[in-house]
Design a binder for this molecule. Structure first.
Ligand code: SF4
Length: 360
């Protein structure tokens, strides 16, 4: 085993001599030397190894709204990073240079969990985000970083497709304070044909998070013209969210841009995002946003009780902030779902790359 091969968990041997990975529902079955579909987990000398532990494609400080999380310490900054690979194979991937990377040399930054937590603290970040590619495939690293962050009072955020088996799901999310889960569509056919995955495990992750953990959850659906943007599908998704998760889980509808293996599909019109938002509100969801567009209504958190505007945003910038430190509407006293504290200003829409280089 060489130094970039960290012992991986969640696997067992099969009677035919192959090794099955039990981390995500792709259930890769590996011969010696083979990598899983995510590319970063590999069978090496009859053990599972994670080849990206301690390695990153770079660190940035972002506004939390960019994850997107609109009701988890709004206005705060978040130290964000990713590694390489992904366990889904979305043809419309908007981060494909990272998620499909098979070039480990791109992972130039080396950072220990402790160094990341200390950098977040030193840079005034409220939290650290595992993002850009799905952290489930580098769970061992993300969980160690989460422990280091919590020791420093820094919170942790997973930006994920939620495609994970039950046992690792419990361990992984026990270390997370918040998650933005991509619900990529509401048909199994879409997941199967365009993502190489299935819908049900994602729904299972969402219901698990909502009902069995204290993780703050928001959902993102990237609307792709002609693929998942029909009224019927959006309605079905919102009805399911309302019934199974309740009305208080924020939902973000975001715009697709032609990319990767779907260069011929046009970008999502802003009108589609607004239509989806109207449908979701009509289905009784309390916090519904449009993303990647200038849309004041679609960027604003409203009080679900008296309908007053409480957090007005223009893209990632907060124009007005009125939620109390206790997370209530100042006008009618209704509880505003989310995590809040004293609002002392905002990070703004900047993205600041930072360097962290420490041996792991
Ligand atoms: S985590 Fe990677 S290796 Fe494991 S089952 Fe999923 S895609 Fe395969």
């Amino acid at each position: 085993m060489n130094e970039s091969e960290y012992p991986g968990r969640w696997w067992h041997m099969l009677s035919d001599g192959r090794m099955q990975c039990d981390l995500c529902p792709r259930d890769c079955r590996l011969h010696e030397g083979q990598r899983g579909a995510c590319f970063v987990r590999m069978r090496s000398e009859d053990r599972m190894v994670l080849t990206t532990y301690g390695r990153s494609s770079g660190f940035c400080i972002d506004p939390i709204e960019k994850k997107p999380l609109n009701q988890f310490y709004p206005g705060s900054s978040i130290l964000s990073f990713g590694t390489a690979g992904c366990n889904l194979a979305c043809k419309f991937c908007q981060n494909w240079d990272i998620s499909k990377s098979r070039d480990m040399d791109r992972l130039a930054d080396q950072a220990s969990p402790d160094a990341i937590a200390k950098a977040a603290l030193a840079d005034g970040c409220k939290s650290v985000a595992f993002t850009y590619n799905d952290p489930i495939i580098f769970a061992e690293y993300a969980m160690d970083i989460a422990d280091a962050c919590h020791a420093q009072g820094v919170q942790t955020v997973a930006v994920t497709a939620g495609y994970i088996h039950e046992a690792p799901r419990r361990e992984f999310f026990a270390k997370m304070d918040a998650a933005n889960v991509d619900l990529k569509a509401f048909t199994d056919d879409f997941y199967y044909k365009l993502c190489g995955a299935r819908l049900k495990p994602v729904l299972d992750t969402l219901t698990y998070l909502r009902h069995e953990t204290d993780v703050w959850v928001e959902i993102t659906t990237l609307l792709i013209p002609g693929k998942n943007d029909s009224n019927a599908e959006i309605e079905a998704e919102c009805k399911w969210i309302r019934k199974e998760l309740g009305p208080d889980v924020p939902v973000h509808f975001t715009a697709f841009h032609p990319d990767y293996k779907m260069p011929d599909i046009p970008a999502t019109p802003a009108a589609t995002l607004r239509r989806a938002r109207e449908i979701a509100l009509g289905e009784g969801l309390n916090y519904v946003f449009t993303g990647n567009v200038h849309d004041e209504r679609g960027g604003t958190t409203y009080c679900p009780s008296c309908r007053t505007a409480l957090i007005v945003r223009d893209w990632y910038r907060i124009e007005e902030y009125r939620v109390t430190a206790e997370g209530k509407c100042p006008d009618c006293g209704a509880v505003i779902a989310g995590r809040y504290g004293e609002f002392t200003g905002q990070f703004g829409r900047r993205r600041i790359p930072i360097a962290i280089h420490t041996p792991v």
